[in-house]
Design a protein around this ligand. Structure first.
Ligand SMILES: *Cc1c(COP(=O)(O)O)cnc(C)c1O
Length: 422
């Protein structure tokens, strides 16, 4: 990036940004929640909209000077409603976590019970995990996946729902490699009179592309981040049925937030337009093709995968048969320029700080244009690191080859190249 003012004023930060840019370009970034945004999204994020206060909503602001911000936020809302086919869209949440808190805040009362997937089984902190504020404000019940299959167990979820009578049931996950049947959650929520909230932070890009079931028709509210498979700036998006529109908007502002981050909302508008293109659909399909290919190659070379594969952008590796702790493997891979995160696996007896699993994903490497052939190569890299976990010279050799692979797939400046008409 050209940053002449920054270079002059703060050479230290300028240099660090350059180092991070080099890292992002010279590593295989396989943390499934990360991606590369387009240059258009980056430009909008770094625009003058960062200078504007816009408390309120389009047409009902508490500050003047909203001639442009109203138009931008309205565009973002309309684009969000269009691609997710939702009645209502709120684009102001600062990120996924606060978006979730606002949903609870809008729909239920402190002390009410909510139910979500356990963090150790792939749920998010904000789904009521014990260290999250969501478990202090609300009573929290966690459901788990089946330890033998790694799959959601709808009988158990229904039993728990009948027993604890939650006011709100959360579907969606942060480390679940299979497609989620949101109709089953809706049916259970209906039976016990609970709201159904879907959190598609990870898979929203796949949902927009029609690859995974959309929860929008089957949920009271759908929450997503904008920066994972959706490939926008860091932010949150809430989609809801019309009947909840007012409650959701009020829960975000003034319930929880002050001024919205207009530069982020501007970039969200751009990302939503990008997601509404045939190129994005092809991108999302390739994410899943790559993930499936990577999964099958990893199994071929002797890795065990939770649920035996993947339907989406992520893979959860169970490293117990290779006798390598998750953290040790993640650190060795990082030295080999393959950036991942260690993760608990269902039924893990190891502590979350050093669990038995590794979570990887294909959104970022697919943005670089990598396809099935490169997945075979990456599976080979991972296997060589695992087989030589204490042999630094082999890890160094893999590092050189990974850098070579990165250099063959530079970060593209523009993902969506054709001119947009409106
Ligand atoms: C990433 C994630 C979030 C939180 O997003 P942040 O932007 O990191 O706050 C919420 N829910 C799920 C399922 C996630 O994966």
């Amino acid at each position: 990036m050209k940053m002449t003012a920054l270079k002059m004023y703060d050479p230290q930060i300028y240099e660090l940004i350059n180092q991070e840019e080099a890292r992002q370009s010279g590593t295989l970034r396989m943390i499934p929640s990360e991606n590369y945004v387009s240059k258009a999204v980056m430009e909008a994020t770094g625009s003058c909209l960062t200078n504007k206060y816009a408390e309120g909503y389009p047409g009902k602001r508490y500050y003047e000077g909203q001639q442009v911000t109203d138009l931008i936020e309205t565009l973002a809302i309309e684009r969000g409603k269009k691609i997710f086919k939702a009645d209502h869209c709120n684009v102001q949440a600062y990120s996924g976590s606060v978006a979730n808190l606002a949903v609870y805040n809008g729909l239920i009362e402190p002390g009410d019970t909510l139910m979500g997937l356990s963090l150790t089984d792939g749920g998010h902190l904000t789904h009521g995990w014990k260290v999250s504020i969501t478990s202090r404000i609300y009573k929290s019940v966690s459901y788990k996946v089946r330890p033998d299959t790694g799959l959601l167990d709808f009988n158990e979820i229904e039993d728990l729902a009948k027993k604890h009578k939650p006011k709100l049931i959360i579907s969606g996950a942060t480390a679940y490699p299979r497609e989620i049947d949101f109709t089953k959650f809706e049916a259970i929520a209906k039976k016990v009179g609970a709201y159904h909230v879907s959190d598609i932070a990870h898979i929203s890009g796949l949902v927009v592309a029609g690859i995974h079931m959309s929860p929008v028709p089957y949920s009271d509210v759908v929450s997503t981040t904008t920066h994972k498979t959706l490939r926008g700036p860091r932010g949150g998006l809430l989609l809801s049925k019309q009947e909840h529109a007012d409650k959701i908007d009020k829960a975000i502002f003034p319930g929880q937030q002050g001024g919205p981050h207009m530069h982020t909302i501007t970039a969200i508008a751009v990302a939503l337009a990008e997601a509404d293109t045939p190129e994005f659909m092809a991108y999302a399909r390739q994410i899943v093709k790559n993930s499936k290919r990577l999964a099958s190659k990893l199994m071929e070379v002797g890795f065990n995968l939770v649920t035996g594969g993947t339907d989406n952008h992520l893979i959860l590796m169970d490293l117990r048969n290779r006798n390598i702790p998750g953290k040790k493997f993640a650190k060795a891979l990082d030295r080999a320029r393959i950036v991942t995160n260690y993760n608990t696996i269902p039924g893990d007896t190891a502590p979350p700080a050093n669990p038995s699993g590794l979570r990887i994903g294909t959104p970022a490497i697919t943005s670089r244009g990598m396809k099935e052939d490169q997945m075979d190569i990456i599976a080979g890299f991972m296997n060589r690191v695992a087989e030589n976990i204490d042999n630094e010279s082999v890890i160094e050799q893999v590092e050189k080859e990974a850098l070579m692979l990165c250099s063959m797939f530079p970060i593209p400046e523009h993902f969506i190249i054709q001119h947009r008409e409106n």
